[in-house]
Ligand binder design. Sequence first.
Ligand code: CTP
Length: 405
Amino acid sequence: MSLFRGKKILLGISGGIAAYKTPELVRAFIKQGAEVRVLMTPSSKDFVTPLTLATVSQNPVYSSLIAEDHDNPTWNNHVELALWADYFLIAPATSNTLSSMAQARCNNIVLAAYLSSKCPVFVAPAMDLDMFSHPANQKNLTILLKNNVIVLPTEEGFLASGLEGKGRMPEPEDILTHMENHISKTLPLFGKKVVITAGPTYEPIDPVRFIGNNSSGKMGLELAKRAAELGARVILISGPSAINIADNSIDLVSVVTADQMFENAKLHFNDADIFIASAAVADFKPEASYLQKIKKGTGFNKINLVPTPDILAYLGSIKKNQFLLGFALETENELENAKEKLKKKNLDAIVLNSLNDEHAGFGGDQNKITYIQSNQAPLSFELKSKTEVAFDIFVQILKTYEKLY
Ligand code: CTP
């Protein structure tokens, strides 16, 4: 999953040869799930066409401060566009554009949007090697850095002049990587390890039968995605799940039984910062699992059950600085039972899932939760998608976590 998923990217293009790479740049952002709007300086249109960029971005492209309708001129709202963006990238950023930015000059829509922006602004300088190393350009870059502009590195290689050296704009994928590296360091869970258990566990009776439950693992996956978006390193310990968990920002540990989930939870708990137990762990397992399929007519009619380890209770008993969050699935005396579990398992917080709420819980895409912490009034949320529920849960976790650590 990408940090750009759902983000709004404003791309400003200035007039250098590297502008020919910008349609690919737009595509790369869109591929990562971002929305892109493009602003162009007039001279950049000599290198790449507005039609190409409007087509790949699927949005109108603006290259002047005023809409070019002679009978009915209107203002292209650079302020609105600047405030719309989560991130503003100027690529390529020419010597002319960088010096104008450093001097607060405002004679085109890219510069006007830059001066109106409040979001993080990235520039990808692109010019000939001597121009790039000229003290005037280096001075301008220092001014921009002081003004909180993030200057992306230039690459060495063949330049349009025929010379070879430093000044090339990085390839689109590399620009995204540089931006991601920077953005991830500003996220609230950067450098933190979040471990999440999810899904059901299957306790084998014989090689083809098991004791299990209807948990889909969706809630755990959404929590894992949200933790990754917040910058954490995420380990998702998941029982058998039909949903697709392939996501390069999540380390997936696939398990089948409660015992396997327990072993992996212990392995990852010591250096975890936040541990969330959202798995629906089977409470009982067959005392013995048959190696061969049990045949009809053998008189088999009874399974002896023994308890599985209570993973969360064990982690609560050895916990040091970890923030430990559990789930409670209740059908009666919900609040009371959930509060009891919070205390008994030594948790920092517990999320109550009620199976009495229609559409909420186990297999579906929605959930209705109450977030409970000791010494605080329980916080009840509306029925929401599991993506939104994961968002709400992390808002609550961060409120406490940031105070504690
Ligand atoms: N849990 C766990 N290991 C178990 C059972 C539960 O880690 N063997 C965790 C769940 O992941 C959840 C919390 O404990 O975060 C509560 O699970 P729940 O099924 O609601 O309660 P139980 O502890 O199993 O108790 P009961 O079935 O009696 O309600």
